[in-house]
Design a protein around this ligand. Sequence first.
Ligand SMILES: O=P(O)(O)OC[C@H]1O[C@H](OP(=O)(O)OP(=O)(O)O)[C@H](O)[C@@H]1O
Ligand SMILES: Oc1ncnc2c1N=NC2
Ligand SMILES: [Mg+2]
Ligand SMILES: [Mg+2]
Length: 213
Amino acid sequence: TTSIVIPDDYTSYSLDDFCVPAHYYDDLKCVLLPKGLILDRVQRLAEDICHDISSPLVALCVLKGGYQFFTDLLDCIKNHNATSEKSFQMQVDFIKVKSYMNDQSTGVVNIMGSDNLASLKGKSILIVEDIIDTGNTMVKLLETIKKFEPKQVMVASLLLKRTKRSNGYRPNYTGFEIPDAFVVGYALDYNEYFRDLNHVCIINERGKKRYAA
Ligand SMILES: O=P(O)(O)OC[C@H]1O[C@H](OP(=O)(O)OP(=O)(O)O)[C@H](O)[C@@H]1O
Ligand SMILES: Oc1ncnc2c1N=NC2
Ligand SMILES: [Mg+2]
Ligand SMILES: [Mg+2]
Protein backbone atom coordinates (compact mmCIF):
# COMPACT_ATOMS: atom_id res chain seq x y z
CA THR A 1 0.00 0.00 0.00
CA THR A 2 0.99 3.62 -0.22
CA SER A 3 2.70 5.76 2.40
CA ILE A 4 3.13 9.48 2.97
CA VAL A 5 6.51 10.37 1.46
CA ILE A 6 8.47 13.00 3.42
CA PRO A 7 10.99 14.37 0.86
CA ASP A 8 14.63 15.14 1.75
CA ASP A 9 13.97 18.90 1.35
CA TYR A 10 10.93 18.73 3.65
CA THR A 11 10.36 21.86 5.71
CA SER A 12 10.21 20.39 9.20
CA TYR A 13 8.77 22.22 12.22
CA SER A 14 10.51 24.40 14.79
CA LEU A 15 10.77 23.07 18.37
CA ASP A 16 9.24 26.42 19.37
CA ASP A 17 5.97 25.62 17.54
CA PHE A 18 5.16 22.52 19.61
CA CYS A 19 5.34 21.31 23.21
CA VAL A 20 8.74 19.63 23.67
CA PRO A 21 10.17 18.57 27.07
CA ALA A 22 12.69 21.15 28.37
CA HIS A 23 15.09 18.27 29.20
CA TYR A 24 15.43 17.42 25.49
CA TYR A 25 15.15 20.92 23.97
CA ASP A 26 18.91 21.33 23.37
CA ASP A 27 19.32 17.80 21.97
CA LEU A 28 16.89 18.05 19.04
CA LYS A 29 17.20 19.66 15.60
CA CYS A 30 13.48 19.91 14.69
CA VAL A 31 10.07 18.26 14.83
CA LEU A 32 9.62 15.96 11.81
CA LEU A 33 6.17 14.44 12.55
CA PRO A 34 3.96 16.07 15.21
CA LYS A 35 2.02 13.49 17.23
CA GLY A 36 -1.33 14.81 15.97
CA LEU A 37 -0.33 14.12 12.36
CA ILE A 38 0.88 10.66 13.36
CA LEU A 39 -2.45 9.87 15.07
CA ASP A 40 -4.45 10.93 12.02
CA ARG A 41 -2.28 8.80 9.73
CA VAL A 42 -2.53 5.83 12.14
CA GLN A 43 -6.32 6.05 12.01
CA ARG A 44 -6.24 5.66 8.21
CA LEU A 45 -3.73 2.75 8.47
CA ALA A 46 -6.18 1.04 10.83
CA GLU A 47 -8.98 1.45 8.27
CA ASP A 48 -6.78 0.04 5.50
CA ILE A 49 -5.83 -2.93 7.68
CA CYS A 50 -9.45 -3.61 8.74
CA HIS A 51 -10.49 -3.51 5.07
CA ASP A 52 -8.03 -6.34 4.30
CA ILE A 53 -8.63 -8.54 7.33
CA SER A 54 -11.65 -10.68 8.18
CA SER A 55 -10.32 -13.65 10.20
CA PRO A 56 -9.09 -13.56 13.84
CA LEU A 57 -5.78 -11.79 14.17
CA VAL A 58 -2.79 -11.86 16.52
CA ALA A 59 -1.28 -8.36 16.76
CA LEU A 60 2.40 -8.77 17.66
CA CYS A 61 4.12 -5.73 19.20
CA VAL A 62 7.87 -5.47 18.59
CA LEU A 63 9.24 -4.02 21.82
CA LYS A 64 10.48 -1.63 22.85
CA GLY A 65 10.18 0.91 20.01
CA GLY A 66 6.88 -0.38 18.64
CA TYR A 67 4.84 0.12 21.82
CA GLN A 68 3.39 3.59 21.08
CA PHE A 69 2.38 2.82 17.49
CA PHE A 70 0.99 -0.54 18.69
CA THR A 71 -1.16 1.18 21.33
CA ASP A 72 -2.51 3.88 19.01
CA LEU A 73 -3.06 1.52 16.06
CA LEU A 74 -4.95 -1.03 18.14
CA ASP A 75 -7.10 1.73 19.67
CA CYS A 76 -8.22 2.61 16.14
CA ILE A 77 -8.76 -1.04 15.13
CA LYS A 78 -10.82 -1.67 18.28
CA ASN A 79 -12.97 1.39 17.53
CA HIS A 80 -13.46 0.18 13.95
CA ASN A 81 -14.46 -3.29 15.20
CA ALA A 82 -16.94 -1.72 17.62
CA THR A 83 -18.69 0.34 14.94
CA SER A 84 -18.76 -1.71 11.73
CA GLU A 85 -20.88 -4.71 10.65
CA LYS A 86 -17.75 -6.71 9.79
CA SER A 87 -15.52 -7.17 12.85
CA PHE A 88 -12.75 -9.61 13.75
CA GLN A 89 -11.38 -10.93 17.02
CA MET A 90 -7.90 -9.78 18.00
CA GLN A 91 -5.35 -11.24 20.39
CA VAL A 92 -2.10 -9.51 21.39
CA ASP A 93 1.44 -10.74 21.89
CA PHE A 94 4.77 -9.08 22.62
CA ILE A 95 8.32 -9.82 21.55
CA LYS A 96 11.48 -7.92 22.41
CA VAL A 97 14.05 -7.37 19.66
CA LYS A 98 17.28 -5.34 19.92
CA SER A 99 19.99 -4.46 17.43
CA TYR A 100 20.89 -0.77 17.85
CA MET A 101 23.73 0.94 19.73
CA ASN A 102 23.89 4.74 19.42
CA ASP A 103 22.53 5.53 15.94
CA GLN A 104 23.84 2.39 14.23
CA SER A 105 22.59 -1.16 13.76
CA THR A 106 25.05 -3.60 15.33
CA GLY A 107 24.07 -6.03 12.56
CA VAL A 108 23.22 -8.56 15.28
CA VAL A 109 19.46 -8.91 15.81
CA ASN A 110 18.77 -10.22 19.32
CA ILE A 111 15.27 -11.70 19.59
CA MET A 112 14.03 -12.25 23.17
CA GLY A 113 10.76 -13.88 24.18
CA SER A 114 10.46 -16.09 21.12
CA ASP A 115 9.67 -19.12 23.32
CA ASN A 116 5.96 -18.21 23.46
CA LEU A 117 5.64 -17.87 19.66
CA ALA A 118 4.46 -21.50 19.35
CA SER A 119 0.94 -20.09 19.89
CA LEU A 120 1.21 -18.35 16.47
CA LYS A 121 0.84 -21.67 14.56
CA GLY A 122 -2.02 -21.45 12.03
CA LYS A 123 -2.84 -17.84 13.00
CA SER A 124 -2.97 -14.61 10.98
CA ILE A 125 -0.29 -12.33 12.40
CA LEU A 126 0.11 -8.56 12.16
CA ILE A 127 3.62 -7.54 13.22
CA VAL A 128 3.60 -3.92 14.46
CA GLU A 129 6.92 -2.01 14.28
CA ASP A 130 8.05 1.58 14.71
CA ILE A 131 10.60 1.80 11.90
CA ILE A 132 12.25 -0.18 9.08
CA ASP A 133 15.77 1.20 8.53
CA THR A 134 18.34 -1.37 7.25
CA GLY A 135 15.56 -3.96 7.31
CA ASN A 136 17.81 -6.40 9.28
CA THR A 137 15.42 -6.62 12.23
CA MET A 138 12.33 -7.40 10.15
CA VAL A 139 14.04 -9.90 7.85
CA LYS A 140 15.42 -11.80 10.88
CA LEU A 141 12.11 -11.56 12.77
CA LEU A 142 10.10 -12.86 9.79
CA GLU A 143 12.50 -15.81 9.42
CA THR A 144 12.03 -16.65 13.11
CA ILE A 145 8.23 -16.27 13.08
CA LYS A 146 7.76 -18.33 9.91
CA LYS A 147 9.36 -21.31 11.69
CA PHE A 148 6.20 -21.44 13.87
CA GLU A 149 4.05 -21.97 10.73
CA PRO A 150 1.55 -19.07 11.02
CA LYS A 151 -1.30 -18.96 8.47
CA GLN A 152 -0.20 -15.55 7.19
CA VAL A 153 2.08 -12.73 8.33
CA MET A 154 1.60 -9.02 7.56
CA VAL A 155 3.79 -6.17 8.74
CA ALA A 156 2.75 -2.62 9.66
CA SER A 157 5.56 -0.11 10.29
CA LEU A 158 4.92 3.52 11.18
CA LEU A 159 8.15 4.63 9.49
CA LEU A 160 10.22 3.44 6.54
CA LYS A 161 13.61 5.15 6.15
CA ARG A 162 14.95 5.96 2.67
CA THR A 163 18.55 4.82 3.14
CA LYS A 164 21.28 3.22 1.04
CA ARG A 165 21.77 0.84 4.00
CA SER A 166 18.37 -0.73 3.31
CA ASN A 167 18.22 -4.43 2.34
CA GLY A 168 15.14 -3.56 0.29
CA TYR A 169 12.53 -4.96 2.71
CA ARG A 170 9.18 -3.10 2.54
CA PRO A 171 6.28 -3.71 4.95
CA ASN A 172 2.64 -4.33 3.95
CA TYR A 173 1.51 -1.09 5.64
CA THR A 174 3.66 2.06 6.09
CA GLY A 175 2.76 5.32 7.83
CA PHE A 176 5.49 7.61 6.51
CA GLU A 177 8.59 7.21 4.33
CA ILE A 178 11.24 9.48 5.86
CA PRO A 179 14.67 10.89 4.90
CA ASP A 180 17.92 9.22 6.06
CA ALA A 181 18.19 10.86 9.48
CA PHE A 182 18.15 9.38 12.99
CA VAL A 183 14.74 10.12 14.50
CA VAL A 184 13.59 9.88 18.12
CA GLY A 185 10.32 10.25 20.00
CA TYR A 186 6.95 8.43 19.87
CA ALA A 187 8.79 5.51 21.59
CA LEU A 188 11.77 5.61 19.22
CA ASP A 189 14.96 5.93 21.29
CA TYR A 190 18.64 6.79 21.19
CA ASN A 191 20.29 4.52 23.83
CA GLU A 192 16.96 4.41 25.73
CA TYR A 193 16.55 8.22 25.81
CA PHE A 194 13.77 10.21 24.03
CA ARG A 195 11.08 7.53 24.32
CA ASP A 196 9.34 10.07 26.62
CA LEU A 197 9.00 12.57 23.72
CA ASN A 198 5.60 12.79 21.96
CA HIS A 199 6.60 13.94 18.48
CA VAL A 200 8.96 12.25 16.01
CA CYS A 201 11.97 14.58 16.02
CA ILE A 202 15.47 14.60 14.52
CA ILE A 203 18.24 14.34 17.15
CA ASN A 204 21.15 16.82 16.87
CA GLU A 205 24.90 16.22 17.28
CA ARG A 206 24.82 17.57 20.84
CA GLY A 207 22.17 14.97 21.75
CA LYS A 208 24.17 12.18 20.09
CA LYS A 209 27.23 13.14 22.15
CA ARG A 210 25.37 13.73 25.42
CA TYR A 211 23.62 10.34 25.33
CA ALA A 212 26.33 8.30 23.53
CA ALA A 213 26.83 4.77 24.89
O1 LIG B 1 15.59 -1.92 10.18
P1 LIG B 1 16.65 -1.91 11.26
O2 LIG B 1 17.92 -1.22 10.84
O3 LIG B 1 16.87 -3.25 11.88
O4 LIG B 1 16.12 -0.92 12.45
C1 LIG B 1 14.83 -0.97 12.93
C2 LIG B 1 14.77 -1.61 14.31
O5 LIG B 1 15.74 -1.03 15.21
C3 LIG B 1 15.10 -0.40 16.32
O6 LIG B 1 15.04 -1.26 17.45
P2 LIG B 1 16.24 -1.23 18.57
O7 LIG B 1 17.29 -2.20 18.20
O8 LIG B 1 16.67 0.22 18.75
O9 LIG B 1 15.51 -1.71 19.89
P3 LIG B 1 14.26 -0.93 20.60
O10 LIG B 1 13.03 -1.23 19.74
O11 LIG B 1 14.18 -1.53 21.96
O12 LIG B 1 14.59 0.55 20.60
C4 LIG B 1 13.68 -0.13 15.84
O13 LIG B 1 12.76 -0.09 16.93
C5 LIG B 1 13.39 -1.33 14.95
O14 LIG B 1 13.01 -2.43 15.72
O1 LIG C 1 16.05 6.57 13.10
C1 LIG C 1 15.96 5.69 14.10
N1 LIG C 1 15.62 6.08 15.35
C2 LIG C 1 15.53 5.21 16.36
N2 LIG C 1 15.76 3.90 16.21
C3 LIG C 1 16.11 3.48 14.97
C4 LIG C 1 16.21 4.32 13.89
N3 LIG C 1 16.57 3.61 12.79
N4 LIG C 1 16.68 2.32 13.14
C5 LIG C 1 16.43 2.12 14.50
MG1 LIG D 1 12.91 -1.95 17.83
MG1 LIG E 1 16.02 1.66 19.80
